[in-house]
Design a protein around this ligand. Structure first.
Ligand SMILES: NC(=O)c1ccc[n+]([C@@H]2O[C@H](COP(=O)([O-])OP(=O)(O)OC[C@H]3O[C@@H](n4cnc5c(N)ncnc54)[C@H](OP(=O)(O)O)[C@@H]3O)[C@@H](O)[C@H]2O)c1
Length: 298
C-alpha cells in the first residue's frame, strides 16, 4: 500500500513517515524540503495544497492508496492576523486534497485540533461534542473537517492537541531555550489541555490506517495540565529547577488569538483496538527530554 503524507516535512509529518515507512511505501508532499535525519528521505513533491490543479496532478502521478493530510497553516496567532491565508490553506487546501482523493476513490485521514472547541465545558470533550471554535485557526481547521466529511466517503478525522516532537518548533523547545537565557519568566496558567508527543500520535495513527472503522477520533497522551504545569515539568525533567516560572493569565499575556480555557479531549471511539488509552503526558515527555531530544541534537 502506498501512503501519501501531506506536510511530510513538518513536525508530525516526519515522525509519521518514520513510523510508517517500514510497513508501507510512503511518499510526501510539502512546501519545503525534508529535514536531514538519520533515516532516508522519502520521495517528495513540492506542491502548495492551495493549487487545486497542482494537487490533482501530483495525486494522479503518485497514485496513492491512502492519504494522511497534515499540511496546514499552524501558527495560531498568524491565522488571527491573516484569516484569508488561514482559510486558503486550512480550508480550501483541504478541499483540494479531498477532491484529488475523490478522483482516486481513496481514504483520507485529516489531522484536526482541540481548538475546534470553545473550552467552556470544563470536562473532557468527546467525539460527540459539538465544535464551537473561538479563533480563526480553529474555524479554518473545522472548515477543513467539514470538507473531509462532505467530500470523502472513507474518512478519518484525528483531533489532537498541544503537539511536541523532535522535528519542529514547539513549546518544550521554547521553554528550554528561555531557560538558557533567563532565570525567571512567565507562562499562562489558565489554559488546560493534554500535551501530546508526535511519536505516540504517529503510532496511534498507524493503527487507524490498518483499520476500516472510519470516523472522528480524539487522540492525545492521557492526563492534562496547564501550560504553566507543563513548563514546570519540562524544567524538572531537564534538571533546570533553579529557573523560576511565574504563572500569569491569558489576559495578561494578551495574544492575538483567544484560546480555549479547557480543551482536554477524550475518546469514545473504539476503532483503535483494546489499548485505546495512551501513556501519560508526563511519561511521554520524559522519554522526549531524556532520550529522543538528546539523540536529535547529537
Ligand atoms: N502543533 C500542534 O500543537 C497541533 C495541535 C493539534 C493539531 N495540529 C495539527 O496537526 C497537523 C501537523 O501539525 P505540525 O505541528 O506538525 O505542523 P507543522 O510542523 O507546521 O507542519 C505542517 C507542514 O505543512 C507544510 N505546509 C504549510 N502550508 C502548506 C501548503 N500550502 N502546501 C503544502 N504544505 C504546506 C508546512 O510547511 P512550512 O513550514 O514551509 O509552512 C509544514 O512542513 C496540522 O494539521 C495541525 O493543524 C497541530
Amino acid at each position: 500500500m502506498r501512503i501519501l503524507i501531506t506536510g511530510i516535512s513538518g513536525m508530525l509529518g516526519v515522525d509519521l513517515y518514520e513510523t510508517l515507512r517500514e510497513e508501507y511505501e510512503v511518499v510526501g508532499l510539502d512546501l519545503k524540503d525534508f529535514p536531514s535525519t538519520s533515516f532516508p528521505s522519502p520521495p517528495l513533491s513540492k506542491v502548495d495544497i492551495t493549487d487545486e490543479h497542482g494537487v490533482r496532478e501530483v495525486f494522479r502521478q503518485l497514485a496513492p492508496d491512502f492519504v494522511i493530510h497534515t499540511a496546514a497553516y499552524t501558527d495560531v496567532d498568524g491565522c488571527e492576523r491573516d484569516p484569508a491565508r488561514a482559510y486558503k490553506v486550512n480550508a480550501l487546501g483541504t478541499q483540494n486534497v479531498c477532491l484529488a482523493s475523490q478522483d482516486l476513490n481513496i481514504p483520507v485521514m485529516y489531522i484536526s485540533t482541540d481548538f475546534v472547541f470553545d473550552g467552556k465545558k470544563n470536562y473532557s470533550y468527546t467525539e460527540l461534542d459539538e465544535p464551537h471554535p473561538l479563533n480563526v485557526y480553529g474555524r479554518s481547521k473545522l472548515a477543513g473537517e467539514n470538507y473531509v466529511r462532505s467530500l470523502v466517503e472513507r474518512y478519518f478525522i484525528v483531533r489532537t492537541s498541544w503537539l511536541y516532537g523532535p522535528h519542529g518548533k514547539n513549546f518544550v523547545e521554547t521553554i528550554l531555550k528561555l531557560a538558557e537565557e533567563k532565570e525567571e519568566f512567565t507562562v499562562v496558567d489558565d489554559q488546560v489541555g493534554s500535551p501530546t508527543y508526535t511519536k505516540d500520535l504517529a503510532q496511534e495513527m498507524k493503527k487507524l490506517v490498518s483499520s476500516s472503522s472510519c470516523g472522528i477520533y480524539h487522540i492525545t497522551n492521557s492526563g492534562s495540565c496547564s501550560w504553566h504545569n507543563f513548563a514546570e515539568e519540562i524544567l524538572e525533567l531537564a534538571g533546570l529547577r533553579r529557573v523560576k516560572v511565574k504563572p500569569i493569565t491569558s489576559k495578561e499575556l494578551n495574544r492575538p488569538a483567544c484560546r480555549p480555557r479547557f480543551s482536554v479531549l477524550k475518546s469514545t471511539s473504539s476503532g483503535r483496538g483494546a489499548e485505546d488509552t495512551m501513556r501519560s503526558w508526563k511519561e511521554a515527555l520524559r522519554e522526549y527530554i531524556k532520550r529522543d531530544r538528546r539523540h536529535e541534537s547529537n
